[in-house]
Design a binder for this molecule. Structure first.
Ligand SMILES: *Cc1c(COP(=O)(O)O)cnc(C)c1O
Length: 393
């Protein structure tokens, strides 16, 4: 009989089980809302990236349904063959106006936007200077480019400068950071990075996945938040988090975006969004432009919840965003915290090594504009009970 050549995977999974790091997927039995039903249990949902509640917003749903009825369920091809629809171009125009850049290209996801852009921009003769906590999709893009990657310790500008100083002046360099770091919720030091990019002639790139719709005027992102307009060459954003639907985009000059139309591999070799997705994203941009009050609500909820956790005595790290980690330490303890919270009616995912450092395992909380004070207070009460039980506070 044939031996299963994948048998070693069972051993890998057993190792995870022994370390208390094995996870089964929680199944959402309805809409992605502030309180939702997961695995048969009604819980306050602190796990989604649906910052503004747009994933269930009637205007996005309506736009998606209308576009689907009018244009169909799928686009039928990759963009360069036959899959570029009027609505894809309209979304890119709207995003470019929103971001105040010359042009935008939309990808299937934020992941493909990062991976496709970095790998298209650079080759093996170039060099990438990257924060150690940058997102996996940036890292994959760097690897695909074959350019050597020089990693600097998190937000350590002296270390970044030292790397840059030792590089040949003529070599093409990409300096790259997350706008908001997704595990700690802190901001990339964009002004200092832009200064370095100017001084050493780097291409400056920021991945604003968690900043899109959250930071800057009308949610334009960290470039707007820090007033770095014109100083960041490559701005990546996502349409999958605060904007409530699916997709990633890259904003920059017309020349740069046209180049990506010709060279970004996910653009060239993977089918474009269904028209309904593009329509929902346009509706989301409409809401950001015309109803920025929901962003204010997000921040009011963020301040309330952060203060609540801090007052209880939890270690919430260095967050500056609606992402608030509750740091437990060991991986198994973070998973236990997450499990106990869930049993008590609060869903906050446990996150352990290798996603975060071994001794900094945590549950990550994200509040949204859709949470009521009552829901947030309920969550704080549960955190208090479980935190005391596990000796965290
Ligand atoms: C979520 C995330 C992405 C990927 O975005 P998707 O649209 O979900 O593919 C990229 N970068 C960062 C920093 C993220 O947090």
């Amino acid at each position: 009989m044939r031996q299963d050549p994948l048998a070693y995977l069972a051993t890998e999974l057993d190792n995870l089980r022994r370390q208390g790091l094995y996870r089964s997927l929680r199944i959402l039995e309805g809409k992605q809302e502030a309180t939702s039903r997961f695995d048969g249990k009604q819980v306050v949902n602190l796990s989604s990236n649906n910052y503004l509640g747009l994933a269930t917003h009637p205007r996005l749903i309506d736009a998606m349904v209308k576009a689907t009825l009018e244009f169909g369920a799928g686009s039928g091809a990759v963009r360069t063959i036959a899959g570029t629809m009027t609505i894809h171009m309209e979304l890119e125009r709207r995003l470019a106006a929103f971001k105040r850049t010359e042009a935008v290209v939309v990808f299937q996801s934020g992941f493909t936007a990062n991976a496709g852009t970095v790998s298209a921009l650079l080759n093996k003769d170039d060099v990438i200077i990257s924060d150690e906590l940058n997102h996996a999709s940036i890292i994959d893009g760097c690897r695909l480019s074959k350019a050597p990657i020089k990693v600097f310790p998190h937000k350590d500008m002296d270390a970044a400068r030292k790397i840059l100083k030792d590089l040949p002046a003529g070599q093409r360099k990409l300096l790259i950071t997350d706008g908001v770091f997704s595990m700690d919720g802190d901001l990339g030091p964009l002004p200092a990075l832009c200064d370095l990019a100017d001084e050493f002639g780097c291409i400056m790139m920021v991945d604003d996945a968690h900043a899109s719709g959250v930071f800057g005027k009308n949610g334009r992102g960290t470039v707007d938040h820090f007033n770095m307009h014109g100083r960041v060459d490559v701005q990546v954003g996502t349409l999958s988090k605060a904007l409530g639907s699916l997709g990633g985009y890259v904003a920059g000059t017309k020349t740069f975006i046209e180049f990506l139309y010709h060279r970004a591999r996910p653009f060239l070799f993977s089918t474009s969004h269904p028209p309904g997705v593009a329509a929902a994203c346009i509706a989301a941009v409409d809401i950001l432009e015309n109803e920025p009050g929901i962003i204010d609500t997000l921040w009011e909820n963020t301040r309330f919840f952060k203060k609540g956790l801090a007052d209880l005595g939890f270690n919430t790290g260095i967050s500056e965003s609606p992402i608030t980690p509750v740091i437990a330490g060991e991986g198994a303890l973070a998973m236990k915290l997450s499990d106990r919270l869930f049993q008590e009616g609060v869903f906050a995912s446990g996150i352990a090594f290798p996603t975060v450092a071994r001794d900094k395992a945590r549950v990550r909380t994200i509040v949204t504009a859709a949470h009521t004070r009552q829901e947030l207070q309920y969550a704080l009460d549960v955190f208090k009970k479980v935190g005391q039980e596990l000796g965290l506070i």
